[in-house]
Structures are given as C-alpha cells and as structure tokens.
Design a protein around this ligand. Structure first.
Ligand SMILES: [Zn+2]
Length: 342
C-alpha cells in the first residue's frame, strides 16, 4: 500500500446513523489520517482530541467511534477529533502495528525540520491542531504493556491537573524530547493519556468517560479536580544499547544480552524495591543498557546494579510502560523509571 503523506481527510458533523456501527468497519472505511469536526454550542471555542498516533493503541479511537455513533447532544464547544495512523492500524490483524513495517513511529516525528514522509504527516497534524487555536489538547494512547492509566505532560498548572483528573490519578512531568506530539507548544494545556493496556476493556471505558467529560464541561479552566492527581517527576528511559539481544524468561539461561523477567509488566502496578531482580545480563553486565539524564549523562549506576548475572534495582523506583512485547521493548524502550527512594 502506497502511503500518501500530504493529505488529511476532513469530515464535519457526521450523523450517528451515517457511520458504521462497529469500530473495525469504521477504521477500514478511513483512507488515511482523518479529522472529524463537531460543532458545539459555543462555536467560538475548540478542543482537540487525538488518537491512533500509534496504530496498536485503539482505546481513544474506540471511544471516539462510540461517542460519534451514539451521542446526539451538541458538545459544549467545537471538538476536533484527529485519527492519525489508520494505515498501520488497518494492517491485519487490526490494531497490531504501532507503525508500518519499514515506516517511522509517527509520534517521534513532530517538531522536525524535515518536511517529507512521516515528518510531513506530523506537521500536517500539528497544523490541523493549531488552526483551531484549541483551549486544550488531549492525545490518547495505551500503555505498551498492561498497567494502570497515567497521563504525561511537559508543563504543569492547575488546568493540566484538572484535565488529567478526567482520566486518571497520576501525571508524569517529563523533560524527555523524542519528537512526540505532546512536546509541541499549542499554547494551551496539553496532555497525553496512556489509558492502560490496549486489550483492556477498562482502558476503552476510561477513554470514553474522559471524552464525554471533556465534551460536556462548560469550561476547562479553574474547574475542580475530579480526584486527586499525583505528579511524578523526571522519568528516564531505559534502553538496550545498539543491537543487544533481548529475551524474556524466569531465570538466567546463558542467553546473550538481557533477559527480562517474563512477568516484567507486573512492576507497572507495583513499582520495584531496592534489590529487586528484574532480569539477567550476560558478561557485559550494565554495559548492555543505557540510561541517561536530560544532559546525556550516564546514570545507569544510580538505578541498577549487577550481582552474578542478576539485574538488580539499586534504589526504589516507579516503573512505567514495561512491556513483554519484544519489538516495542527493543525499538522504543524497555521501560521508564522514576526514583522514589534515596
Ligand atoms: Zn502510544
């Protein structure tokens, strides 16, 4: 399938009856990135909700489809829904590909000077957001592995916390720059919500409830928080170096590179204590791994140690986005860590 990077389809106020009733058919009916504009009661304001930047993270898309096919009430303001990586999501089986084989991760292509291919697509999506001068932007994703929902942001204030409280109880304030949509300045509160695991019904429900809340609330400024939101600071991305081998298992087997515990995703829920064994390393030890701070300084020794072949936590830490999906762990990161101990 040849991909057209220079086009986005636009629809306005589709009637619920005009859309396929199941989201799979709806996805297959989309020719590429799609913007759906809904006219609100106050048409002078607009809120933007993006989904499917990653083709294997369907909760936002499923929730948007559910709202489009069921809701007849006008939202409080104009809404711009953006559905991004339809080609990747359409590959069989549906919602199994983060991005196209041989292609690029779209959520690593924002804010680039390059102006072709996936960079051009990212620019067109950012333009589509800027054009409506949104009062909020919410980018809906799923966690790589199973885990509780959380949000992420690059700047925090009361409005960001309120917006987060529509979805979940935790927000990560990040300084990591990867070329994600979240890093772009839309001059308004902007959050990413990782709704939970991509096969988790609760994640789809969380996305839907959050969307309904956003669409019906009169103002997104200074309203109360739905629940307390915990802010956690400065995650770091643990990655494999170069083409180090990754496997999963229950003990050291002599495999080259890193063997992660097969049940690694459990740490998304529990965090990890000092001395916890997360996996096993070959003779290269921590040299298999990279963990740097914002200045690029190597900080692997502050977080991890090796004993025998065991990969040990050197401190108490929160763990986010740990995944047993080997492909994502290799190409994106093993997981994010945030120190909680001293
Ligand atoms: Zn994602």
């Amino acid at each position: 399938m040849a991909i057209v990077f220079s086009e986005i389809s636009y629809f306005k106020d589709p009637s619920p009856g005009s859309l396929p009733m199941d989201y799979q058919t709806f996805l297959l009916s989309l020719a590429g990135p799609t913007v759906i504009d809904i006219t609100g009661q106050d048409a002078s304001r607009c809120r933007v909700i993006t989904s499917l930047l990653h083709g294997n993270e369907p909760s936002g898309f499923i929730a948007i489809h559910r709202w489009l096919t069921s809701e007849t009430r006008k939202p409080a303001t104009n809404i711009r829904f953006i559905i991004a990586s339809t080609e990747a999501a359409c590959l069989s089986p549906l919602f199994s590909h983060r991005y196209m084989p041989g292609g690029k991760d779209l959520n690593r292509c924002f804010g680039s000077r390059e102006n072709s291919g996936y960079y051009l697509r990212a620019r067109l999506i950012a333009d589509a957001i800027n054009r409506v001068s949104p009062e909020i932007v919410v980018d809906l994703h799923n966690t790589s592995g199973s885990g509780p929902a959380f949000a992420a942001c690059h700047g925090i204030n009361a409005n960001v916390l309120s917006l987060t409280s529509f979805f979940c109880e935790t927000i990560i304030l990040s300084a990591i720059r990867l070329g994600a949509l979240l890093e772009q300045d839309f001059s308004c509160p902007t959050i990413t919500v990782e709704c939970g695991g991509c096969n988790d019904e609760l994640a789809h429900e969380l996305a839907y409830e959050g969307i309904c809340h956003i669409l019906t609330c009169e103002t997104t400024r200074y309203f109360h928080q739905e629940r307390e939101v915990e802010v956690v600071y400065q995650p770091h991305r643990l990655r494999l170096k170069g083409d180090i081998n990754l496997s999963y298992g229950g003990q050291y087997s002599g495999a080259p590179g890193l063997t992660l515990k097969a049940a690694i995703e459990q740490y998304n829920f529990t965090g990890a204590r000092r001395g916890e064994v997360l996996g096993w390393l070959d003779h290269l030890g921590l040299d298999n791994l990279q963990l740097t701070d914002e200045q690029g300084k190597d900080i692997i020794g502050e977080y991890f140690s090796v004993s025998g072949h065991q990969l040990l936590c050197a401190t108490e830490m929160r763990i986010f986005m740990a995944t047993a999906i080997r492909d994502i762990a290799i190409n994106d990161c093993l997981f994010y860590v945030i120190k909680t101990g001293h």
